[in-house]
Ligand binder design. Structure first.
Ligand code: TXA
Ligand code: MG
Length: 337
């Protein structure tokens, strides 16, 4: 049967709609779902065929593995072989924006893990996502619900905007994402050497506190397409708007004064001195990192919808809180084609 190609419908989270979307997922459909980090594009994680629909809709290469989402820790043995450190982290930090990479079970099809012997797993904090998983009765595989390489979605409307014209028919509306950047990914295949694969919505310091040990950070080498990356899919250019971005450590008053016509500025906080200038945007009132992360993708999308020639963006320095995740996303968004 040829796929229908129109905009997906956005469903309010009523009991009837949840049951309907769970039914669609059980029959092998893909569904846009809210999470606390970004919206996901979900399918039955135990079905090779259902998951192939995710790759088709996103235009995602099958070398890039998916994250498997569970509703409770009890379901972990179904998909992964956990170790003591993994269980400790899972018990103290799930549900939440933390993904653990562990040896996989035979129940997980190859398409989910890109043929690897490991699987990435997390329990999302958004109650509607967990409720949907429970109604389906199966784990749900889900990458971010955007066309491959573009800025991740943090509202149901973003999902609709990005994936109209694909086979996606259903998006569950769970409001705006509260964290705003994807989960932090930790490789725990060797429990003696937990390694950070992707900085994200949970600060590494908090994970170290819960694990009671150090997390190895990746070498600061730049990741280039075609070069083996610590986590597959971590390309230098990703999360990218079409508008070119130039990064700055700080844009002060003289930087704002020197702005060329048609260029926008994206600041980390509201400028100290008020000015009437529609080219100036800010991610938070006073530099709060959680607020910056929450607003990052939606503001990048809004700016990309304008006709700016270039965006000058400030990046946060340091290793505190969500600064590394925000810096990572901005650096990839700004990487050259
Ligand atoms: O917050 C999130 O993590 C969101 C929500 C929907 O849960 N999901 C998300 O998925 O960001 P995605 O597909 O955009 O990123 C998943 C990344 C892959 O690109 C890859 O880097 C890593 O997870 N990954 C998945 N399985 C892996 C594995 N077996 N080994 C190493 N890395 C893996
Ligand atoms: Mg993604």
């Amino acid at each position: 049967m040829p796929a229908r190609r129109s905009a997906p419908h956005i469903f309010r989270p009523t009991e009837t709609n949840l049951a309907r979307l769970a039914g669609a997922l059980r029959r092998g459909a893909i569904v846009g779902v809210p999470s606390e980090t970004v919206y996901g594009l979900a399918a039955d994680a135990l079905s090779q065929e259902a998951c192939s629909g995710i790759f088709a809709a996103k235009g995602r290469p099958t070398t890039d593995p998916l994250i498997v989402h569970l509703a409770s820790i009890k379901e972990l043995p179904r998909v992964a072989h956990a170790n003591a450190v993994a269980l400790k982290l899972a018990k103290s930090l799930w549900p939440g924006p933390l993904t653990l990479v562990l040896p996989k079970t035979d129940a997980v099809p190859d398409i989910v893990t890109a043929g690897k012997r490991t699987v990435a797993v997390r329990i999302p904090a958004h109650p509607l996502f967990r409720k949907l998983i429970r109604l389906v009765g199966r784990p749900l595989a889900a990458p971010s619900a955007n066309p491959f390489g573009y800025v991740s979605p943090t509202t149901a409307q973003h999902v609709r905007d990005g994936l109209s014209g694909t086979r996606l028919r259903h998006v569950l509306d769970g409001g705006e994402c509260q964290v705003g950047v994807e989960s932090t990914i930790i490789d725990l295949v060797d429990p003696d050497q937990p390694r950070l694969l992707r900085p994200g919505g949970l600060a590494v310091g908090e994970i170290e506190k819960a694990a009671g040990c150090k997390i190895l950070l990746p070498r600061p080498a730049r990741l280039e397409p075609g070069v083996a990356a610590p986590a597959p899919g971590m390309l230098a250019r990703h999360y990218s708007p079409r508008t070119p971005i130039t990064l700055h450590e700080r844009i002060g008053e003289d930087g704002l004064a020197k702005l060329s016509a048609g260029e926008a500025v994206l600041l980390l906080r509201r400028p100290a001195r008020h000015r009437e200038d529609s080219r100036i945007f800010w991610l938070s009132e006073d530099g709060n990192l959680d607020e910056i992360a929450r607003n990052l993708f939606s503001l990048l999308r809004r700016l990309d919808g304008g006709s700016w020639k270039r965006i000058h963006a400030e990046t946060p320095a340091g290793a505190e809180g969500l600064a590394p995740a925000i810096r990572d996303r901005l650096t990839r968004a700004a990487a050259k084609r």
